[in-house]
Design a protein around this ligand. Structure first.
Ligand code: ARG
Length: 260
């Protein structure tokens, strides 16, 4: 009798373990983990405690299509790709530009938006165009966000269209770079056009130069080991482009009249 009781006890214990283990791993399986750098309005930024923006809302559509719960992790822009390749995150979405170099480490989805690198200066700046920055003997200091395309292009040698890394100071976020501009630590900031518009609205006395620097495609990055997820993301992007949901989100954050 005693034996039977302990046998039943052991069995039920086993069952409890199995159930909790299953539910635990099932929960994990149902979470879609996205890495971003949430200081990049209107693509990702904080509204109170919550990360919102174009990327956050498109990611929400994708998670819904996959029947999963989206979890957004805010991290340094510079560490998104490494985190994705190491499997720490399922994908990275951060107004991220597709570049040859990044394609060596990750796959990119189809592009869901375009970006342009622009130059922000103070209203009374002597810099009036990109040529003023590259002119012979020019020493203007340039602020960028660490590891972004603005940083990569600007830090390149003059022969390659850059200004040389000695003239470039990189900051953790675009907002910090713009702050450095307002306090005169740098003479201009090179950054993507939509965040630029948003910063110029937030900080007084700044303007965006008319000259456009480089045009880019934004896409979602996924580990090269996860072709399946890439396909599902692309299917969801296609569906939500065709039914107009993505355009709705973009219009919500970028007012048609503010497009130049
Ligand atoms: N488009 C640029 C790049 O890919 C800047 C992106 C910065 N994104 C961010 N969430 N801070 O390098």
């Amino acid at each position: 009798m005693k034996k039977i009781v302990s046998f039943i006890l052991a069995l039920s214990l086993l069952a409890v373990c199995a159930v909790s283990f299953a539910s635990c791993s099932k929960d994990d399986e149902n979470v879609l983990k996205m890495a971003t750098n949430a200081a990049f309005p209107p693509y990702e930024f904080y509204e109170g405690e919550k990360i919102v923006g174009i990327d956050a809302e498109i990611a929400e559509l994708i998670a819904k299509d996959l029947g999963m719960t989206l979890q957004i992790v805010d991290t340094e822009f510079d560490s998104i790709i490494t985190g994705v390749t190491e499997g720490k995150y399922d994908f990275g979405m951060a107004g991220m530009t597709v570049t040859e170099d990044r394609l060596k480490s990750v796959n990119f989805s189809t592009s869901y938006a375009k970006g342009v690198q622009v130059i922000i200066v103070k209203n009374d700046s002597p810099i009036t165009s990109i040529d003023d920055l590259s002119a012979d003997g020019a020493t203007y200091k340039i602020g960028v966000q660490q590891g972004t395309t603005g940083d990569i292009y600007a830090s390149d040698t003059p022969e390659n269209g850059g200004f040389g890394e000695d003239r470039v100071t990189s900051y953790n976020t675009g907002a910090e770079a713009v702050l450095a501009l307002t306090t005169g630590k740098v003479d201009c900031v090179i950054i993507d056009n939509e965040p630029a518009k948003s910063y110029v609205k937030t900080y007084e006395g700044l303007k965006i130069l008319d000259t456009e620097y480089v045009e880019e495609d934004y896409a979602i990055c996924v580990s090269k080991d996860n072709e399946d997820l890439l396909k599902k993301i692309n299917d969801s992007l296609k569906k939500n482009t065709e039914n107009g949901e993505i355009q709705k989100i973009i219009d919500k954050y970028i007012k048609a009249d503010s497009a130049k």
